[in-house]
Design a protein around this ligand. Structure first.
Ligand code: NDP
Length: 449
């Protein structure tokens, strides 16, 4: 629990104002706990109410999304956009389309995004959006009608210099395309209002790969600097089989690891020879099918029903790339018992606080999501730069910038932890390094009376 009376008061206020929002409270608590030494050293934070302000979104927009399905029936979903903090740049963060989406989930993601975006070193504020719409099993036309209806309302609140959404779970290139088309129709302007766009209409090379690649660049730097190790010769397990997981697999393999397991929300596949990524891409990206299909196409592979079993597969490096709270204490203990040396979070908040404690007390190198998966949003910011310049950079240029950003994020988080007496604790270091820049900007910009 908190030592500082100020932090106790701030957290009690968040609990009172956001009852039952467990994901949001979990995310706030983790950040505030890391800030103990920062608050002790900087009385101005309390004097100017910086923490009370940073935990309250600047603006929250909840809206009705009605659309007509293929049977002619009216469907109603709820849309969300939480514009959390614009101290250092326009709001920026993805759009999640998943039945589990609610205010707590979007607020936790938006809150995390503030610090993640700050860590990239680029001028982007924090936001997040989404809907409880389930894209699974929908036809292309249904997806298009939903996206158009969603954007019809969202367009009133976003803009290239105001708020720039992107993809997330359930929102890939297809959905971004439909949303972009609708925005353009409504506003009659061709601007960089969304990122993750197709390459023919303003998208950036390497954006698709960026989160997974960035995760591996971060983990590689962490392994080198903190353990004199690398991916070479290591066995890895990656949960999920979506955008982040697929490109994390690609880069980890390129760096010399063997990825032996991947999953989706039904179960996981284990392939002792190393997952054949081309087969996964065909099933998930082209056919939009289920991962269990893998065992019908690759000899010697096994399928196991249920997601959490993947953490019982023996590995040196674990990369959770599916969703929040997918590694609990029991899964963390199973990983440690099997000798894991590093965990890198590709998904947002995939480890519960209890799981993180297990990793930290076992001396496992732990790369927290805010830092380790920032490559996606960093490359989105590079897409914004290219759109503003009306230029396209090469894949190599973008990838080199991405790598540089991830290496810098590692060192900034590492150094911030060391500065405040928590050497090696990248959870605290990432929170502090991300916070200091945003807090500085908030202090400089004054309080609105
Ligand atoms: P995708 O929709 O492309 O893939 C998500 C993957 O996770 C799928 O394999 C999906 O399985 C699985 N999954 C989703 N929800 C659950 C669940 N409740 N339980 C178990 N498995 C689940 O999403 P992304 O790859 O883009 O995102 C994955 C994670 O990475 C998210 O936490 C996201 O916030 C985070 N992230 C994404 C970024 C990006 O650039 N895309 C940037 C930074 C973070 P199924 O197919 O069965 O649904």
């Amino acid at each position: 629990m908190f030592q500082s009376e100020y932090l106790k008061k701030v957290y009690a206020g968040v609990e009172a104002r956001n009852p039952g929002e467990k994901e949001f409270l979990q995310a706030v608590r983790e950040v505030l706990e890391s800030l103990e030494p920062v608050v002790a050293a900087n009385p101005k934070l309390e004097e100017q109410g910086v923490l009370e302000r940073i935990v309250e979104p600047e603006r929250q927009i909840f809206f009705r999304v009605s659309w007509v399905d293929d049977k002619g029936q009216v469907q109603v979903n709820r849309g969300y956009r939480v514009q959390f903090n614009s101290a250092i740049g326009p709001y920026k963060g993805g759009i999640r389309l998943h039945p589990s989406v609610n205010a707590s989930v979007i607020k936790f993601l938006g809150f995390e995004q503030i610090f993640k975006n700050s860590l990239t070193g680029l001028p982007i504020g924090g936001g997040k959006g989404g809907s409880d719409f389930d894209p699974k099993g929908k036809s292309d036309l249904e997806i298009m009608r939903f996206c158009q209806s969603f954007m019809t309302e969202l367009a009133k609140h976003i803009g290239a210099d105001t708020d720039v959404p992107a993809g997330d779970i359930g929102t890939g290139a297809r959905e971004i395309g439909y949303m972009y088309g609708q925005y353009k129709r409504l506003r009659n302007e061709f601007t960089g209002v969304l990122t993750g766009k197709g390459l023919t209409y303003g998208g950036s090379l390497a954006r698709t790969e960026a989160t997974g690649y960035g995760l591996c660049y971060f983990v590689d730097e962490m392994l080198r600097c903190m353990k004199n190790e690398s991916f070479k010769g290591k066995t890895a397990v990656i949960s999920g089989s979506g955008n982040v997981a697929i490109y994390a697999n690609q880069k980890a393999t390129e760096l010399g690891a063997k990825v032996v397991a991947m999953s989706d929300s039904n179960g996981y596949v284990y392939d002792p020879k190393g997952i054949d990524l081309a087969v996964i891409k065909q099933i998930k990206e082209v056919e939009r099918g289920r991962i269990k299909e893998y065992v019908n196409r690759v000899q010697g592979a096994e399928y196991h029903e249920g997601c959490s079993g993947i953490w019982t597969v023996k590995c040196d490096i674990a990369l959770p790339c599916a969703t929040q709270n997918e590694i609990n204490e029991a899964s963390a203990k199973a990983l440690v018992a099997n000798g894991v040396i590093a965990v890198g979070e590709g998904a947002n908040m995939p480890s519960t606080p209890e799981a993180i404690a297990v990793f930290q007390s076992a001396g496992v190198l732990f790369a927290p999501a805010k830092a380790a998966n920032a490559g996606g949003v960093a490359t989105s910011a590079l897409e914004m730069s290219q759109n503003s310049q009306r230029l396209s950079w090469t894949f190599e240029e973008v990838d080199a910038k991405l790598k540089n950003i991830m290496v810098n994020i590692f060192h900034n988080a590492y150094n911030a932890a060391e500065k405040y007496g928590m050497k090696g604790n990248l959870v605290a270091g990432a929170n502090i390094a991300g916070f200091e820049k945003v807090a500085g900007a908030m202090l400089a910009q004054g309080i609105a009376y």
